[in-house]
Design a protein around this ligand. Structure first.
Ligand code: HEC
Ligand code: HEC
Ligand code: HEC
Ligand code: HEC
Ligand code: HEC
Length: 241
């Protein structure tokens, strides 16, 4: 029954999907006043900007907590992005591991709250900000491998394609639409397959994946810089289980 239901939902979507391919604006405006996406109330207001934000290059002592962060790598906390479907939210141990050695903010209300969870041996019940429906398959690893490892682009830039400027936020907010038309429009762009010199022509197996996804091997295309390019996959079954 479940399968039939799923199938008919997918089939009903064919027509709709066809119109999605024509969507020209990949980022419809968000509806919040500051254009930052909806604010989710979290159990602790975690300051991303303070942990992952850029250092204050004017005041080198970095003493004003409202300006300048510590440039902690996104992947230090969201450890699984490069090797699994999900990026993951850091466990409480990770916060406490640091914060038990940081007396300067030990008495601040949010840190007191943090240690309450710790003493009670309870995980912090973070709420989801990005949440795709269950019938969509999304894989962080593939995208991270492609853009960060293979093409050597900066971590924050790559996370930013889909999450916006998290390093400037307090708790994360959904800044991109994360809709089907939005995913598809990026997959329709020509993405460089080989960027680093040490990867042989045609790319690593990952680089070649983009070809394997489709029934028809697309004609090899090169961009102005002479690099081999390929589109992301746009077959229904790759994004839908
Ligand atoms: C690149 C990934 C991707 C591809 C390819 C894709 N979809 Fe989707 N699809 C999504 C995402 C993401 C959503 C969830 C959108 C949301 O929650 O707003 C979705 C939602 C849907 C829905 C639910 C209705 C809706 O618009 O919310 C249907 C039906 C659907 N897709 C059918 C299809 C069909 C049929 C194809 C092939 C022609 C297809 N999809 C190809 C990513 C994709
Ligand atoms: C790598 C070390 C490190 C980790 C890991 C870390 N923090 Fe922090 N955190 C800091 C430092 C350093 C400060 C700023 C201290 C200052 O301003 O003097 C800070 C500041 C904060 C503040 C602001 C405190 C205030 O009110 O001024 C909160 C809230 C916070 N962290 C929560 C968390 C949570 C929740 C986690 C786990 C998800 C976490 N931190 C993980 C080092 C860390
Ligand atoms: C190609 C788009 C894309 C890129 C690039 C991307 N993400 Fe995501 N991320 C998503 C989507 C879509 C979801 C929602 C997944 C779901 O609901 O199943 C998500 C969910 C998350 C979550 C929530 C927990 C989870 O894993 O579902 C975190 C945390 C996260 N991303 C962090 C990151 C970080 C850090 C980076 C960079 C290293 C990154 N993402 C790169 C699209 C992306
Ligand atoms: C010190 C640990 C830490 C660092 C560093 C960090 N994050 Fe987070 N991140 C968290 C915590 C805790 C949450 C849950 C609270 C929230 O949603 O804001 C979170 C949530 C998120 C979410 C929303 C997840 C969801 O539910 O959809 C995204 C996206 C995200 N982070 C991306 C990033 C990016 C991009 C960077 C680097 C610029 C980064 N994070 C750096 C700890 C961290
Ligand atoms: C910034 C551009 C970009 C965005 C946004 C993006 N993708 Fe992709 N995606 C790619 C590229 C490029 C590949 C091919 C990666 C490779 O094989 O080297 C890919 C590959 C994939 C694959 C096949 C690899 C795998 O995981 O098995 C799926 C599925 C996928 N994307 C789903 C999605 C969904 C769902 C969304 C929206 C939530 C999305 N993508 C958003 C660029 C993007």
């Amino acid at each position: 029954m479940h399968r039939i239901l799923r199938l008919s939902i997918l089939l009903a979507g064919f027509l709709m999907a066809a119109s999605c391919y024509a969507v020209s604006d990949p980022q419809p405006a968000l509806t919040t006043e500051d254009d930052l996406g909806p604010q989710v109330q979290q159990p602790i207001e975690f300051p991303h900007y303070r942990h992952a934000g850029n250092r204050n290059t004017v005041d080198l002592t970095n003493s004003d907590p409202t300006k300048g962060g510590m440039e902690i790598n996104c992947q230090y906390c969201h450890t699984y992005a490069r090797r699994s479907l999900t990026a993951g939210i850091p466990p409480l141990q990770k916060c406490v591991g640091c914060h038990q050695n940081i007396p300067s903010v030990r008495d601040k209300p949010r840190i007191v709250e943090l240690f309450k969870y710790w003493d009670a041996k309870k995980a912090i019940p973070w709420k989801k900000v990005h949440d795709l429906p269950d019938f969509v398959r999304f894989n962080h690893e593939r995208h991270i491998k492609r853009f960060i490892e293979q093409q050597g682009r900066p971590v924050q830039e790559v996370c930013g394609y889909c999450h916006g400027q998290v390093k400037e936020m307090t708790t994360a907010r959904r800044q991109k639409p994360i809709s089907m038309g939005w995913c598809v429009s990026c997959h329709m762009k020509e993405h460089v397959v080989v960027a680093k010199g040490d990867i042989p022509e045609g790319g690593t197996p990952i680089g070649k994946q983009a070809y394997w996804y489709t029934f028809q091997k697309p004609a090899e295309k090169k961009n102005a810089a002479g690099e081999l390019t390929a589109k992301g996959p746009n077959d229904c079954w790759l994004c839908h289980k």
